[in-house]
Design a protein around this ligand. Structure first.
Ligand code: IVH
Length: 692
């Protein structure tokens, strides 16, 4: 093979592998809300792919990430999807967009922006806007009433998340002040960005930290995860916001983009005050320079500036590519990074015992704040980059709130590095226990759960948190204080606290003591499922705890549960089952449970929760299989138990019947046919229970 053919082959392979890589990155970003690639890296790779596709037109593919917008669609209808970060998405109604929802071509270079402007017709007006960093939404108004709210989806159809959108106060549900201009408008669509403001994002992540749930990397992911929740009350609580930037419809007022936005504003839509009409390159560059600084004072995240041709007729002339309008372009701000000296590496021990190396830095200004500490991720990261104390390192604070070290400066300064080759500590910096590293994990962990201060305090913080025992008046600072005074050693000690012990503390006093004790007293009413969650067994989150509590209505039953019984519960795999078994194997945990029980904490479901509703299914062994639309699979399992039946995992000749949903596995179906086991649809099953 000659050299040219070799290069061509290599480039073709690169093209294919880039497509795969970018498709995967899109999935992680849009569906799992857990990005694996920075936006900058994604854009660079997309550009390379575009160049290669231009070189090899025979390899055109309409499904390439260069031709399609990334899809955030969650599911095939009815299917449940486990989304990383413990958020779970269920089905939403999918609706076809009236007008495709496109993306924007973007650039990180001001020269390219100048080029783009240079190619536009002379004297064209350009509207400059902030590029909000959330997720796009399409709002349908029919005769002035909000009827649908669609996510971008795959660009042609989206998820209708209207119930969640209705929780956003800024979005009008009815247009009351459409004046003359709007008199004959039957249908209009407003597009914009749904955002989680910085303050709400930080609050949410703090809560998630306490609940041991995966943190959202940035407000965009948090907004996206929130909008896909099935629980509008929770969505409302998180506090989303929205800005709109585009009006569509058949019979729209005005013939410029700017005027339409101003009319929309008068109708009550949230339109940003930062929108500005520019008349030449200088004005555009001024706008970019101004907002590059000023955006840091905004309550929401922005990642660039959007430029749009103002005149609608001119927009139409310029038209669209498959992916984006030719009449608009985005200038993206590069993630800010700074070079600074790594003075020392220290360690932080988290609530689950994970030991994270922390860079103590020469203070440096980054995205408007002074940064002195940044994460160094884990041992492998430090070793791979051969980072040592004294090195000059690059620190980045992108969309994330926690700054991170992203690399080491190789040139010049390295000679000054005084540090020695890096070694990770072998013992816990907090309690001295020997650290362990689980195979396949990057993190070192302190195994001394019951004796390591940050782990003990963390367990207590989790126990008192809102979704667990919800004890008002006992926050993390108070726990810190009472722990340091020797009044709290574990969660059971909370119930032994005395008025005078608390009131004696300088920062607390009588009133705080009363509040705290009232909160503690009230927590004795918290139902068993939440108590189980509050115990803080590793990986037993809120939902899993509910499922376990349903199967095991008391702690005494759970204590003796076998691996087999535990893994038969939905969502409980071997790892969680092991954690539960290990929890009950520890004497100190058993002692804590005993003390909690004596204090009056609920260790079993209340009578009425346990009472069977009937015995219609007495003696029946039932297999629940497939996807259901009226109730979840767990709800059906609970119903079976409540009516005296028994849930079994696999089909045998003893199976009384199968409650069969959609997409039941072919193997089960085959076996059922072979054994002559009958199948009931969910409707038939519900009918049977009601007829009782
Ligand atoms: S205009 C056809 N304007 O950025 C018009 N988009 O990277 C397309 N975005 O999908 C959108 N702020 O979600 C427009 N002022 C703004 C925007 C904006 C944020 C988002 C939008 C879009 C993405 C493209």
């Amino acid at each position: 093979m000659d050299l040219f053919s070799q290069i061509h082959n290599a480039e073709r392979e690169e093209l294919v592998s880039l497509r795969r890589e970018l498709q995967e990155a899109n999935y992680k970003y849009y569906v799992e809300n857990a990005p694996t690639m920075s936006d900058y890296m994604f854009d660079q790779k997309l550009r390379r792919l575009q160049d290669l596709e231009a070189l090899y037109p025979d390899m055109f593919d309409a499904n390439s990430p260069t031709q399609k917008v990334g899809s955030d669609l969650i599911k095939a209808k009815g299917e449940r999807l486990k989304v990383k970060g413990t958020e779970k998405g269920k089905g939403f109604e999918q609706v076809a967009h009236k007008y495709p929802m496109l993306s924007l071509s973007n650039s990180y270079s001001r020269e390219e922006i100048a080029d783009w402007i240079g190619k536009l017709p002379k004297h064209v007006e350009i509207v400059c806007e902030l590029k909000y960093d959330g997720l796009s939404i399409s709002l349908w108004y029919e005769h002035g009433v909000l009827t649908k709210a669609l996510t971008r989806g795959d660009g042609t159809k989206g998820d209708n998340v209207i119930d969640n959108i209705k929780t956003i106060a800024a979005i009008p549900q009815r247009l009351s002040n459409i004046g003359e201009q709007g008199a004959d408008i039957g249908f209009i669509e407003l597009r914009g960005e749904v955002l989680l403001p910085w303050a709400a994002f930080e609050r949410l992540n703090k809560e998630r930290e306490v609940q041991e749930e995966a943190l959202f990397a940035n407000p965009r992911n948090a907004a996206s995860g929130t909008l896909k929740l099935q629980d509008p009350n929770e969505v409302a609580r998180r506090g989303l916001d929205c800005y709109l930037y585009y009006m569509l419809g058949d019979n729209l007022p005005a013939n410029t983009h700017y005027d339409r936005l101003q009319i929309a504003k008068a109708w009550g839509f949230p339109i940003s005050d930062s929108v500005k009409v520019c008349h030449n390159l200088e004005e555009v560059m001024e706008y970019i320079a101004y907002w590059d600084v000023e955006r840091k004072n905004l309550p929401v995240a922005t990642d660039g500036i959007v430029l749009k041709v103002n005149n609608i007729a001119q927009q139409e002339e310029l038209g669209y590519t498959a992916k984006s309008p030719r009449w608009a372009i985005a200038y993206k701000f590069p993630a800010e990074k700074q070079l600074t000296r790594l003075n020392a590496i220290t360690y932080q021990v988290g609530r689950t015992g994970v030991v994270t190396p922390v860079a103590n830095l020469e203070p440096v200004q980054l995205s408007g704040t002074t940064v002195q500490r940044a994460t160094l991720h884990n041992e492998d990261f430090i070793r791979q980059l051969d980072i040592r104390e004294g090195d000059m390192v690059w620190v980045e604070k992108g969309g994330e709130i926690i700054p991170k070290v992203i690399g080491r400066e190789e040139k010049g300064e390295r000679q000054e590095a005084k540090g020695e080759v890096y070694t990770f500590p072998t013992n816990c910096p907090e309690c001295g226990a020997k650290l362990v590293r689980v195979e396949g994990e990057a993190a070192w962990r302190c195994p001394n759960e019951a004796g390591c201060p940050p782990q003990i305090k963390g367990k207590m913080e989790h126990f008192v948190s809102r979704k667990a025992m919800n004890i008002d008046g006992l926050g993390s600072e108070t726990i810190d204080l009472l722990y340091s005074q020797g009044l709290l050693h574990n969660i059971a000690d909370i119930y032994a606290l005395q008025q005078e012990d608390i009131a004696r503390q300088e920062r607390l006093g009588d009133k705080s003591a009363q509040n705290m004790l009232a909160g503690i007293e009230q927590s004795k009413q918290v139902p068993w499922a939440r108590v189980l969650f509050a115990l803080g067994i590793r990986m037993v989150g809120e939902t899993t705890a509910k499922k376990i509590a349903r199967r095991f209505p008391s702690i005494d039953q759970l204590q003796w549960a076998t691996m087999e019984q535990l893994t038969a519960i939905d969502d409980v795999g071997e790892q969680i089952a092991n954690n539960i078994i290990a929890y009950f194997n520890s004497l100190s945990n058993l002692e804590i449970i005993n003390r909690l029980r004596q204090a009056g904490v609920q260790m079993e479901s209340q009578e009425e929760e346990q009472q069977p509703q009937s015995d219609i299914l007495q003696g029946k062994s039932i297999v629940v299989s497939g996807v259901f639309s009226r109730h979840s699979r767990d709800e059906y399992k609970a119903m079976i138990e409540a009516h005296g039946g028994k849930n079994v995992g696999s089909v045998s000749k003893k199976t009384s019947f199968i409650l069969a949903g959609e997409n039941m596995g072919p193997e089960k179906r085959k076996k059922a046919d072979a054994l002559g086991v009958s199948m009931l649809t969910e409707e038939e099953f519900l009918l049977m229970l009601n007829n009782e």
